[in-house]
Design a protein around this ligand. Structure first.
Ligand code: ATP
Length: 372
């Protein structure tokens, strides 16, 4: 799994036959990798996922094909369907595929609340040490929201915190969940955030925390961020307590630029930020590690609308564009983003989550027509 900002200790490891050229800048929109056309055909693991996954990932694949980029998709099952078919939500052939391709486009996978197997989304991120989750949150022309011009990059640590999944029952009626924060993981995500900021000409990194209560764990996270910040004097560094940050995000989102968060706060604040730009149907995402990346939307399986053909495909299509950037097809990624913007600006073929009447398939077709 390939490139991330060099100084963040990421990058190199080009895979397959794709000619990536120089390693890695993280471009605006959470994009990374050299711009311009790559050579050869990239092999990418494709996981349609559960719920609305097949609908929106299908849309992303169609748009990538329409833009003219040839990808050799290695289609794999995961989650509920894989459990039924192979007896495991993470079958061996999926892991083998990911080890070989080092890059995936993935739909959301179902995680049952309070029962069954642990989140496969989390499992895969940890297995491949995809430690940096990047979610560009931007106001879309044509989508009516309380604030104009929101432009925030959420950078979330992906491997530890309460997601370490260490829970046990101390006594009947008493359980304990352990929050793991390490200097190593905190330092590398902070460095990633500052590298991202520098490469993309962003001016401010805000670390979000609750160190007033979790003095040791969040205190350590902040100390690491402060130490890293000293190496980036060109970028302003601020800290904000998570509850106050949430209030500020919904009253003055323009006060923020790049957010640096631990895993759980990152999860919650991502959805809050998605709300600022029209909802979960709009925010793409990527998980980067030293050796690869998995591209997935912020939204989950959306069980309430799954199978109805009305999911907004924009988040998945834009996630596909991030994948193209990563593979070195940056201009194709730009064409996709421009086409999405044109469709939203026109406002004629849009899904019900933004008060339209179009289906996922209609909107995808409109994006394809708008490709230049
Ligand atoms: P999961 O358990 O898989 O995370 P969830 O129900 O917790 O699923 P999401 O899938 O993130 O959460 O969905 C939250 C809400 O946002 C739902 O009402 C869903 O319909 C809506 N939503 C999510 N994605 C989309 C989309 N692509 N288009 C339209 N609405 C969406």
């Amino acid at each position: 799994m390939a490139r991330t900002a060099a100084k963040a200790g990421i990058g190199r490891a080009p895979h397959g036959k794709v000619g990536h050229g120089k390693v890695g800048k993280v471009n605006d929109d959470g994009r990374r990798g050299p711009r311009g056309k790559a050579e050869g055909t990239a092999r990418v693991t494709l996981i349609a996922g559960d719920g609305v996954g097949p609908e929106v990932i299908g849309a992303a694949v169609k748009v990538i094909e329409a833009v003219g980029v040839k990808i050799d998709w290695d289609r794999q099952l995961a989650g509920a369907i894989a459990l039924r078919r192979f007896g495991s939500p993470v079958p061996d052939q999926l892991i083998d595929s990911l080890k070989s391709t080092k890059v995936a486009l993935k739909g959301p996978l179902e995680t049952r609340v309070g029962e069954g197997y642990r989140s496969i989304n989390v499992y895969l991120r940890k297995l491949f040490d995809l430690y940096a989750n990047v979610r560009p949150v931007r106001t879309q022309a044509g989508v009516h929201t309380p604030f104009k011009g929101v432009d925030i990059i959420v950078i979330r640590e992906n491997t530890e915190d309460l997601y370490a999944g260490i829970e046990h029952q101390v006594a009947p009626g008493v359980v304990e969940s352990v929050k793991i924060i390490t200097a190593r993981a905190s330092t590398r995500i902070a460095r990633f955030a500052f590298e991202y900021a520098r490469t993309n000409h962003r001016h401010l990194v805000t670390a979000i925390h609750k160190a007033n209560i979790m003095k040791l764990s969040d205190g350590l996270f902040l100390k690491c961020a402060q130490r890293v910040a000293r190496d980036y004097r060109d970028i302003e560094y601020k800290e904000q307590i998570v509850d106050a940050a949430c209030m500020r995000l919904v009253t003055n989102p323009h006060a923020f630029d790049v957010l640096l968060l631990e895993n759980l706060y990152g999860d919650i604040v991502s959805d809050l930020c998605a709300g600022l730009v029209g909802g979960l149907g709009f925010v793409p995402g990527a998980n980067y590690g030293k050796h690869g990346a998995i591209f997935e939307t912020v939204h989950g399986t959306a069980p309430d609308i799954a199978g109805k053909g009305i999911a907004n495909p924009v988040a998945a299509i834009k996630t596909g564009a991030l994948l193209l950037d990563y593979l070195g097809y940056g201009s194709a990624g730009d064409r996709i983003r421009a086409a999405v913007n044109a469709v939203l600006r026109a406002g004629r073929v849009i899904t019900p989550d933004i008060d339209g009447k179009a289906t996922t398939a209609d909107m995808t077709a409109a994006v394809i027509r708008a490709l230049k």
